[in-house]
Design a protein around this ligand. Sequence first.
Ligand SMILES: C[S@@+](CC[C@H](N)C(=O)[O-])C[C@H]1O[C@@H](n2cnc3c(N)ncnc32)[C@H](O)[C@@H]1O
Length: 253
Amino acid sequence: MEQSKFKLTFSYEVLTTQDGSPSLRLWKDQQPPEAMHHLGGALSESIYIYGAAIEEALKRNSTGPLRVLSVGLGLGYNEFLTALYATLAGREFRILSFESEEALRTHFINWLQRTASDPEQGPFHSIYDSVLAHVARRFDFDPGKLKDLLAHAYVESAWNIEGDLTLHVGETQNSQTTWHCILYDAFSSGATPVLWQEEFLVKFLNRAAAADCVFTTYAATGALRRALTRVGFRAEKKPGFAGKRESTWAVRP
Ligand SMILES: C[S@@+](CC[C@H](N)C(=O)[O-])C[C@H]1O[C@@H](n2cnc3c(N)ncnc32)[C@H](O)[C@@H]1O
């Protein structure tokens, strides 16, 4: 493995959230640090905000593989949940993930494809092990099988991972494919302002959302709501996780 693939462009701290599942707090480019999840429970938040949308999309699109677009791979909670919910529903799945940090993309795939005899240990491997264990335990699912589901999906290109979303919304973003479910788990607008701008969101949603699409995110902003309405979604306010005031849930009827 090339050394550069392991280079980190950020500092991080591992957090144990209240339900026991891990998260990361990242420091990058002099910006204030930001945790990837609510400290009230990384897994619980992921299930509440994103799992619910995956379940709804499975109900609304009952044939063929479920197509899920995930913004912010991070530690992969939403990718595990997609594989799990689809499999429990007896469905195949396709995932397109975006993650701007090369190290997070590379280490996750390296961990996924690592065999028991491979001595290479990336810096996040024990955290991925813990994420996998927490997700599998919560659903009484075999962790080895869950890991295999994602590993096979990656090898078979049923799961693709791209870099910075802002670089893909222009001309080339998988323009043939639209997505039944969009899990918009980017960092906040302080860290990633473009991702929360109305015009960017309209362009992205027009390109990516299937006719019958479920969109969800932990955040609730005026620009997001306006963008969703402009492209035909019915946006609803949903109480945020663990006492947070609001999150966003939107469907395109
Ligand atoms: C809240 S965390 C995602 C947590 C993740 N969904 C999980 O389940 O662990 C936000 C992620 O978005 C990534 N990110 C930030 N800006 C991005 C961009 N422009 N395009 C793609 N990913 C981005 C960050 O590096 C970070 O990993």
